[in-house]
Design a protein around this ligand. Structure first.
Ligand SMILES: *Cc1c(COP(=O)(O)O)cnc(C)c1O
Length: 380
């Protein structure tokens, strides 16, 4: 087959386990809606995997973030701090609550939220007499943020923490799993994440009542009555039993998928690191990422080429790559909100690129990508 005709995607679904068997089991059991044994088992297995005692399977990571904010009592007019270097789904749910996001820049050493800037912002908030109702910390591209200082600062100011670990299932921070930090953790099983249910998410917490309340709100907030009675506004946010079956099949192979992505990351590093001006997302010493995406930076002052030259050369060969997240404080929809810092992620956005990193990617496809990048950079 013509190599060019088969597009290489950034992070396509990789169905290589018992997904089909488990989906069929769900189908044949006639548990095909948002309730059933696969949902219960998927929740249990995520708890076992992450060490967080309680979990609610939901229709998306975005839904999980929205419920987390509601459960923390976020109200119209409140402020919620959020990493600026992220996908818009981290910040959108803040506005669903009528609250305002305030963005915090990253630390160049981890690309995740800078704890010093967080502290500065909280100090300023306190001086103004209005503390934020919550903080959303993102674990970027599969690497945990620096939780020790972040949690310490937030407990000093009494600000609850939501961990947006949508991209980081399976990663660790000082030996503990992503998702286990803060008041609640969020995972996504969207099609491009390290495991997928085609679409789905999970809210996890060490507090039983939080997860029970999340399940209640996610199923239209039905009061205990034989008729339909409601004393709260509810949502239709539960995950279907069919999709949970798929998630279980995926989760069984999570370690294998992490190992594949790590290998891909190491091959990129080995093959590209000698190129002048080429940099990689730093791996922080405090934990082990899940290597969701391999991210490079190209310093235009040192390199023969720019980020866009590489992206366009790959695109010409039918290979998908993508600039790093455009920081939220630069997004037209969020431009009017406050940001603390900003220059670190502005530079990363200008110079950074995510390379295809799917756990199902063939070694010769990766070699093709490497050859193109090397050629564009004038090294071969
Ligand atoms: C994917 C993602 C989400 C949203 O998850 P969905 O399941 O797609 O709603 C939230 N935050 C981050 C950082 C993500 O990468």
């Amino acid at each position: 087959m013509d190599l060019k005709s088969k597009r290489i995607y950034l992070s396509p679904p990789d169905l290589d386990g018992r997904e089909r068997e488990l989906i069929l089991e769900a189908y044949e059991s006639n548990w095909i809606t948002t309730l059933g044994p696969q949902v219960d088992a998927f929740e249990r297995e995520i708890c076992e995997r992450t060490g967080v005692p309680y979990a609610a399977a939901l229709s998306s990571g975005t839904a999980a973030l929205h419920l987390a904010l509601i459960l923390l009592g976020v109200k119209p007019g409140d402020e919620v701090l959020c990493s600026t270097f992220t996908f818009s789904a981290s910040a959108n749910p803040i506005t669903y609550c009528g609250a305002f996001p305030v963005f915090i820049d990253s630390d160049a050493a981890t690309w995740n939220m800078d704890p010093l800037l967080l502290e500065e912002e909280l100090r300023t908030c306190k001086q103004r007499g209005k503390l934020p109702r919550a903080l959303i910390v993102v674990d970027l591209y599969g690497q945990c943020a620096d939780y020790d200082p972040i949690l310490k600062i937030c407990s000093e100011y009494n600000v609850p923490v939501i961990q947006d670990a949508a991209e980081a299932l399976g990663a660790t921070y000082k030996g503990k799993s992503a998702g286990s930090f803060g008041d609640m953790g969020v995972f996504s099983f969207n099609g491009n994440k390290i495991i997928t249910t085609s679409g789905g998410g999970m809210l996890v917490s060490s507090k039983k009542e939080v997860i029970e309340q999340a399940r209640f709100l996610a199923t239209q907030a039905r009061d205990a009555a034989p008729h339909y009675q409601h004393s709260h506004i509810g949502y239709n946010y539960r995950l279907s039993n069919i999709l949970a079956a798929m998630g279980r099949g995926q989760l069984e192979n999570l370690d294998k998928k992490i190992a594949c992505r790590k290998e891909i990351n190491q091959v990129y590093r080995k093959s590209l690191s000698g190129i002048p001006g080429m940099g990689f997302m730093p791996i922080a010493g405090y934990g082990e990422p899940n290597y969701w995406l391999t991210c490079i930076t190209i310093d235009p002052l040192q390199s023969k080429s720019k980020r866009e030259d590489i992206r366009l050369a790959l695109e010409k060969e039918n290979i998908e790559s993508r600039p790093l997240w455009k920081p939220m404080h630069l997004q037209p929809v969020f431009q009017s909100y406050r940001v603390r810092g900003g220059s670190v992620t502005e530079k990363l956005f200008a110079e950074g690129l995510c390379l295809p990193s799917g756990s199902g990617m063939a070694a010769d496809d990766q070699q093709r990508i490497i050859n193109i990048v090397r050629k564009v950079c004038g090294v071969s």
